[in-house]
Design a protein around this ligand. Structure first.
Ligand SMILES: [Zn+2]
Length: 173
């Protein structure tokens, strides 16, 4: 896939893939670095990382919707595709997904389908977030028997990246 291969060629990806990342903070820092990469590519800066039970990085993704002409190319979807391709499995039991922005409905659906064990996001998304913002995960508890959800880790850093990006984009218009 074109969008994934662009990410696969970056030093950021090559330096971190299959490396063990011991702390939540360090995984989220990687997700934020991926968000920064998306901003460099003029995409809304969102980055995501999937780690396995041993906390090895098995998938990374950046928001890629403009480049890929694809409304589904959100960071979480890209990271899940990457991890699933590596594992040779459409389910990722025992995995954890870290993302710099609260997931939307589409991504949350994919996270549940993939049986991700734990989701950690940074900034809230008041417009499309379905963990605690527009919807709360308690609202679809019957759909979710697999994924625990936590928000807020490094939320200020992520929100700043997004604010800077949109400010710069407005200035260019
Ligand atoms: Zn999404």
């Amino acid at each position: 896939m074109q969008a994934l291969s662009r990410l696969h060629r970056t030093p950021l990806y090559q330096q971190h893939f299959l490396h063990t990342v011991p702390t939540d903070e360090a995984v989220m820092e990687l997700a934020l670095a991926l968000a920064g990469l998306a901003a460099d590519w003029q995409e809304v800066p969102v980055g995501a990382v999937v780690v396995d039970r041993e906390r090895r990085v098995i998938g990374m993704g950046v928001n890629h919707t403009l480049y890929a002409h694809d409304p589904t190319a959100h960071a979480e979807i890209m990271a899940l595709r990457d991890a699933c391709a590596f594992m040779g499995n459409y389910r990722l039991p025992g995995s954890q997904l870290f993302v710099s922005l609260e997931p939307c409905m589409m991504c949350m659906g994919a996270i549940l389908h993939a049986r991700v064990q734990r989701l950690v996001y940074a900034a809230k998304d008041p417009k499309t977030g379905v963990c605690h913002s527009v919807l709360t995960h308690e609202h679809y508890a019957e759909l979710n028997h697999h994924t625990s959800i936590e928000g807020g880790l490094f939320h200020q850093h992520s929100a700043q990246l997004l604010q800077d990006f949109f400010r710069m984009r407005r200035r260019k218009k």
